[in-house]
Design a protein around this ligand. Structure first.
Ligand code: HEC
Ligand code: HEC
Length: 260
């Protein structure tokens, strides 16, 4: 084997590499351009699909044109975020008139939820579904989130996010299952008794800090082992009282039995 053939070998490797790069580049451009072009093409179909779903599942309460009826509020201008929140947390469609729509497993697929949201958004401007960068907490400050949570959310949702009762049989739900997107949507749409936290009251960076704090609450293992629902000192007191006194009683019975 001569040195030229070896060199040619190396050159072939380089050429193959270059060719692969060019092919990948062209392929990538083709794929991304189609992906970017897709939403505009799909969105009218999406709105139409959403309208069909709306007529079947929501119009009885919200009206044929989402104008509202006696059984449900008008949805013109509530925005895609409200629909995404209500439908993906299973609150809507409401099964029967109730004081408050409970969280339950969603009745629609993610694709159907997007279609419903697109349809309602097409009726009037309202808050859009937050993007991945809106709910990103990489740059958020956890300690600031804790402070903001205690000032803005704790009075209803409990210091640990466990939720709590409100007046007239209503309640602020536990935050342990809410995803970052749902938390953001709850803040910008203010479902039911919850206030609406606009960007003027709570700028995006502060919302992200709160999301980071709630995520921390969701992950945090109770330092003492059992969290007892994180309802605070009363439950903890009751448990230690019952368990402690119970153990003392058992011990005295046992001692008494040994003497006899
Ligand atoms: C049985 C009646 C009923 C049905 C069916 C129903 N809704 Fe509702 N919807 C309500 C009521 C009542 C409220 C107000 C709930 C509350 O305040 O707790 C509401 C609230 C909402 C809201 C919140 C509005 C706001 O101002 O933020 C949205 C969004 C919504 N519904 C979307 C839908 C969609 C989409 C469907 C169909 C998949 C649907 N609903 C089906 C009765 C209904
Ligand atoms: C005045 C009381 C009140 C305050 C303050 C409040 N909320 Fe709520 N929140 C509620 C109520 C009531 C609901 C349930 C709405 C419904 O069921 O339609 C709710 C629902 C939620 C949900 C949906 C939970 C789920 O699992 O579906 C999230 C997330 C949430 N709130 C986050 C927050 C955050 C974050 C703050 C502070 C920035 C906050 N809330 C402040 C009353 C409150």
């Amino acid at each position: 084997m001569t040195s030229t053939s070896v060199r040619r070998h190396k050159a072939t490797g380089l050429l193959v590499l270059l060719a692969a790069l060019v092919v990948t580049g062209i392929g990538y451009t083709a794929v991304t351009t189609t992906a970017e072009a897709a939403p505009t093409a799909a969105s009218q179909t999406q709105v139409d699909a959403g309208r069909q779903l709306f007529l079947q599942g929501c119009a009885t309460c919200h009206g044929l044109a989402a104008q509202g009826t006696g059984s449900g509020p008008g949805l013109i201008g509530v925005g895609a975020a409200a629909v995404d929140f209500q439908v993906s947390t299973g609150r809507m469609p409401l099964a029967a008139p109730a004081v408050q729509a409970p969280r339950k497993p969603p009745s629609y697929t993610a694709e159907q939820v997007s279609a419903l949201a697109a349809y309602v958004a097409s009726l009037g401007a309202g808050p859009a579904i937050p993007s991945a960068s809106d709910v990103s907490t990489t740059d958020a400050n956890l300690a600031e989130g804790g402070e903001l949570f205690r000032t803005n959310c704790q009075q209803c949702h409990n210091y640990s996010g466990a939720g709590g009762a409100l007046s007239d049989g209503r309640y602020a739900p536990s935050l342990m299952r809410a995803t970052p997107t749902e938390i953001y949507e709850a803040m910008i749409t203010g479902p039911q008794n919850m206030p609406n936290f606009t960007d003027a009251t709570l700028p995006k960076a502060q919302k992200q800090a709160i999301i980071k704090y709630i995520a921390h609450l969701q992950q945090a293992a109770a330092p003492g082992g059992l969290a007892l629902g994180s309802y605070g000192p009363v439950t903890e007191g009751v448990v230690i009282w019952v368990a402690g006194i119970g153990a003392l009683l058992l011990a005295s019975v046992w001692i008494g039995a040994k003497v006899r």
